[in-house]
Design a protein around this ligand. Sequence first.
Ligand code: NDP
Length: 444
Amino acid sequence: MSYVDEVLEKVRAKNASEPEFLQAVDEVLNSLRPVIEANEEKYRKDALLERLCEPERQFKFRVPWVDDNGQVQVNTGYRVQFNSAIGPYKGGLRLHPSVNIGIIKFLGFEQIFKNSLTGLPIGGGKGGSDFDPKGKSDREVMAFCQSFMTELCKYIGADTDVPAGDIGTGAREIGYMFGQYKRIRGLYEGVLTGKGLSYGGSLARTEATGYGLLYITEEMLKSNGIDIAGKTAVVSGSGNVAIYAIQKAHQLGAKVVTCSDSTGWVYDPEGIDVELLKEVKEVNRARLTEYAAKRPSAEYHEGRGVWSIKCDIALPCATQNELNIDDAKQLVANGCIAVCEGANMPTTLDATKYLQENKVYFVPGKAANAGGVATSALEMSQNSERLSWTFEEVDSKLKGIMVNIFHNLDEAAKKYGLDGDYVAGANIAGFEKVVDAMNAQGIV
Ligand code: NDP
C-alpha cells in the first residue's frame, strides 16, 4: 500500500466522526501523491504525514454567559493549534451553531497550507464556538465574547497564536474579545487581527478576502488569455467575503448578478447594488428580503439557487460544501469558465473533480481566499512596528501577494506535470515550505 493510502486509512479510523476534516485531508493528501511518492521512504520513516494530520494541540472549553432574561446559557469553545512550523498559529474564530471539533480541525488543517502560500511567517490554527450571534443583543454578544476570551486568553498571544474573524465574528466581536484580553492579561498587543482602526486594525483588512479573491481570479484569467472585464459572475453569501468580492468585481468591470444568505438568494440582472447590500447586511443586519424590497430590478427566492444562473465566473463565498455535483453540472451546462473559492471548501470533492474534468478553471479556497489572512499578517507587522500603513500601501501589498500565490501554484503544478491543476498546485506549493521547516526542526 502506498504511504498516502496508509495514512488516509489511519486518519479515517482515528477521526471517523469528523467528515469535513476527512474531506480536507483526503483532498490534500491525494493531490500531494506525486510529491510524496518522490520521497516516500523518508516521509514514512519520519511519520511526516501522520504528524501533519495531527494538531499540535487542541482546546475545548465551557463558555457560560447570561442572556437578557437572566438565563444562563452554555456554549462550547474551541481552539485548534494545528501547525507552527513556519510561524505563530494564525486563523479565525467561527461563531455558528454548526461549529464542532471536526469543522474547526478541517479549517485549521486548510489554514496550514493557505498561510504557507501567502509567503508570510504564519502557522495554521482555527477556533470558534457553537454560539450564534444572530438575533442576539449587543449586550448578549459582549457577554459571550468576554466569557469566551476569559478562557481563550490562556492559550494565545502576539507571538504564539493570533486569532481573527470568520463566519459570525466581525468587527464587533473582535472588539469585545480584544477588550477582555487586554483587561485580563494587561497587555496591549496584536493578539487578534481584524481590529477596529482606532485600536490597531489595518486599513483594507475588511476588504481583503473579497478583494484578494478578485485579484487572483483576474490574474488566473489573464494568464489564460482571458479578460475579466465584461464577464458575468455569480456570488453566494452576503457576508464579509461576498460583499467585497462583489465590490472589487464591479471595479474590475465584471457584473455580479447574485448573492445569498442562509435563507434565500437574490437575482439582480442589473448587477448587485453593493451600497444597498452593505446597508442591509452590515448596518441593519437584516435578511436579503430587505434588499429585494428596496431594489426593483431584484428577484428574491427562498432556499438555494445561485448556481442555476447563467454566468462566466462562479465565486462561492458562503460556507463549506455549498456547491455540489448537481450545481457543478448546471454551471458547466451554462458555459461557466471559472470557479474561484472565496469560502473555505465550498465545493464538494466530486463537484471539484467534475469542474476540472470539464476544463473549468478552478482555484481552491486555500489560495483564492488567502488575502484575508495575508492582510491579517500585515496587521501583525504594523502592530509590531507600532505604525499604520495607508490603504493604498496595504492594498498594493495584498495584490502583489495574490498575484504571487497564483504564479507559485501554477508553477508547482507544472513542475509535477499537472499543468492547470490549481488544486494540486496550491497543495504542493503550500506543503513544500511547511515540510522543509518541519524537517529542519526535527521530530517535534
Ligand atoms: P460572514 O459571517 O460575514 O458571512 C457568511 C455568509 O454566508 C452569510 O451571508 C451567511 O448567511 C452565509 N452562510 C453562512 N453559513 C451558511 C450556511 N450554513 N448555509 C448557507 N449560507 C450560509 O462570513 P465571511 O464572509 O467572513 O466568511 C464566508 C466564508 O469565507 C467562510 O467559509 C469563511 O471561512 C471564509 N473565509 C473568510 C475570511 C474572512 O476574512 N472573513 C478569510 C478566508 C476565508 P447568514 O447571514 O444568513 O448566516
